[in-house]
Write a protein that binds this ligand. Structure first.
Ligand SMILES: [Zn+2]
Length: 100
């Protein structure tokens, strides 16, 4: 698999970055720029229709480091936590995880 992100997936990435208090404005800008070039290489197969967990082309086993975190609404009214991970070796955004 190698596909671009849907509009909704781009929104999830943006929100997680915007909502993360530990990122400076400069870092937020950097990651938002990087997020425009993301490619999905693997989707979660848990079967939950509201799961949007994916791996991006920057993913490498054993390098994932959580760096941005936000709360969004999934569907109509249910909260969803969105966590973004970096590849700690290359600094690339490597994974997105959603959780109830
Ligand atoms: Zn899943």
């Amino acid at each position: 698999m190698n596909r671009v992100l849907s509009v909704f997936e781009q929104e999830l990435v943006k929100e997680a970055i915007f909502q993360e208090p530990d990122l400076s404005d400069l870092e937020k800008t950097k990651y938002l720029e990087q997020s425009k070039k993301l490619c999905v290489i693997e989707e979660c197969d848990c079967g939950d229709p509201y799961c949007y967990s994916v791996k991006y082309s920057g993913y490498e086993v054993g390098t994932s480091l959580g760096f941005a975190d936000g709360i969004l609404f999934r569907g109509t009214d249910k909260e969803m936590r969105v966590i973004l991970f970096l590849n700690s070796r290359t600094g690339e955004i490597s994974e997105l995880e959603t959780a109830k």
